[in-house]
Design a protein around this ligand. Sequence first.
Ligand SMILES: Nc1ncnc2c1ncn2[C@@H]1O[C@H](COP(=O)(O)OP(=O)(O)O)[C@@H](O)[C@H]1O
Ligand SMILES: [Mg+2]
Length: 282
Amino acid sequence: MAIQLQNVTYIYMEGSVLSQAAVSDIRLEIQEGDFLGMIGHTGSGKSTLVQLMGGLLQPTGGRVLVDGLDLGDKKQRKAARPRVGLVFQYPEYQLFEETVAKDVAYGPHNLGLAPEEVEARVRRAMELVGLPYDRFGEKSPFALSGGEKRRAALAGVIAMEPRYLILDEPMAGLDPMGRKAILETIAGLRQETGCAVVMVSHSMEDVAQYAQRIAVLHQGRLVKAGAPGEIFQEEALLRSLGLELPVPCRLAAALRARGMDVPPVYTEEALAAFLLERGKHV
Ligand SMILES: Nc1ncnc2c1ncn2[C@@H]1O[C@H](COP(=O)(O)OP(=O)(O)O)[C@@H](O)[C@H]1O
Ligand SMILES: [Mg+2]
């Protein structure tokens, strides 16, 4: 079970003089339970790829398969849709119902589920994002704070119980507390349900901390995919693509430059653990 991108190319406005491949010949597989971080400079094709994985765009070349279902085929796409949950940038702009509960119920209701099942899912999803039904269910989505709105929108997708949750910059524009809440919700959902996560993010720190694998895009091409340790060893490559190393990597490098023998680390926890351990021996 996986999402398979088989030599996927996408060209906007094909045939026009302005046409240019937004995504070029991408081969990538997202296995069940994976946590894939997707990084790349603005315009590198991340959002286009997200829409291709959700079946909203049809590849100009190549194929996208979800659990073996070809998204290029209308019937198979329909069968594959509920398996993929898409969270767009600023998803809160799509909240529209008069209450949060109704908004979260919209997707599951459209799946044709029985009302009791819809309500059970709505309650679970709202609980998971930290907006308990009894407190927030009857509120208007427009009465929520920015971070709460984002979580309500996320709950609407979670309530569809997708096997693959694909998020396009889910923390953009939130304060640090809001960012943390979203990240922890995503990680918690994955742990609880075993769903795979694909997360596009500008934050190297967040990707370093949460992703199991990272895909680096540049000008529509997949430059490299691998474990965080592998990707963040490639400082020169990342720099050349306009990407920075995560802050803990840079701190470790600065300490190394001052003669401290710091191992390769890319998360705050790992760097702190090393420094604490070392502090015991001085
Ligand atoms: N709707 C569109 N019409 C034409 N070109 C587009 C459209 N959306 C994106 N592009 C172009 O496709 C390329 C990839 O964009 P996008 O997938 O949004 O990248 P990212 O999400 O990494 O910033 C860019 O060159 C962008 O200008
Ligand atoms: Mg984008």
